[in-house]
Design a protein. Sequence first.
Length: 311
Amino acid sequence: MVRVSRFLPLAAGSAAMSCVGGSVAVSAEIADAPLFTIQALRYALACLLLLGFAALSRKQPVRPRGTEWLWLAGIAATGLVIFNVALVQGARHAEPAVLGVAVACVPVLLAAIGPLLEGRGPAPAVLAGAVVVTVGAGLVQGMGRTDGIGLLWAVVAFACEAAFTLLAVPVLGRHGPVGVSVHATWLAAVMLAVLGVLHEGPAAALRLTGSDLAAGAYLAVAVTAVAFVLWYACVSRLGAGRAGLLTGIAPIAAALAGMALGGPAPRPLVWAGIAVVALGLAIGLRTTAGKSPGRPLTGHRPVPALTGEIA
């Protein structure tokens, strides 16, 4: 039973990153759709699904208070809104591999900063594993060409991807994975709806095709409602640093999904990257899953997210 309970957070995080990685082909289907409008509908639908799940599981979201509004709004603005803009704008100046490699660097940042937010120092094994995972993910993604603007958007995408996890740490304790996901999605839906009206016009939704709506619905269910809860459940149990190692699974899932959908088999370099990611996961996750990595910082009070305290 203990082994199963320790395995579940890893399984949840891995499943979440598999959903994200496997969504690459689906995301391409909405490349020509009004960006802000389709994303607003996506997050609105995801929020409704999450509220339904909360009602069934009797885990009703609680109202944010004080600075919690800032953390949750930060998740929505950076991890959901600006991140999507960075991907679209960056793709106009850089090949997809460049943006992919930028996002692949996230494990190192999470391994370094995540434990600090949790009141302890970074664990050397997790940091080492994060570096290896990043190298492996880079091999899977490959390199690409870009200009200065594309490089800038790649940095923005990297920062936003990290913020999606780091900004949730202080609020996971009181709101839980479902609560954080609910608030992040409705806040993002409002932000994107406003941007959609301002930049795409009030009638932009009428320009969406059936294919656009189907792709948006899939992203709302698998990549948002399901993946968000699984990911934040993983972060709340393992900590941001160790959970961040699992982001290396996303590019692998993307490569394998492409092959499953009829694409060419991955090149030898991709298979080598997959092996390197596996090595990095083995290095960073070799410590007991039930223990928090790293030494506590003297005089530092852990945030409520991982201690069960309510501020």
